[in-house]
Design a protein around this ligand. Structure first.
Ligand SMILES: [Ca+2]
Length: 72
């Protein structure tokens, strides 16, 4: 089981259920960091702000969408 933490100050900590595909994909990309890395998925879809890396800047975009759960 995963927990959202990442040192942010205003996040709600909650368990992330197994099989939560979006979170698993995001965390894998976050750990790779560089969109040009050989193990990064093509197109670097977790680079939500388009700056070429998957870092805290993407995480602050990811978390509100993750909490909404349903895409608009
Ligand atoms: Ca980014």
């Amino acid at each position: 089981m995963f927990f959202i933490a990442f040192g942010a100050t205003n996040l709600t900590f909650r368990p992330v259920p197994r099989g939560d595909a979006d979170f698993v994909i995001f965390v894998a990309a976050y750990n790779i960091l560089d969109c040009s890395g050989p193990s990064m998925p093509p197109g670097c879809p977790a680079d939500l702000n388009g700056d070429g890396v998957v870092d805290d800047g993407d995480f602050i975009v990811f978390v509100p969408a993750y909490n909404e759960l349903v895409c608009p």
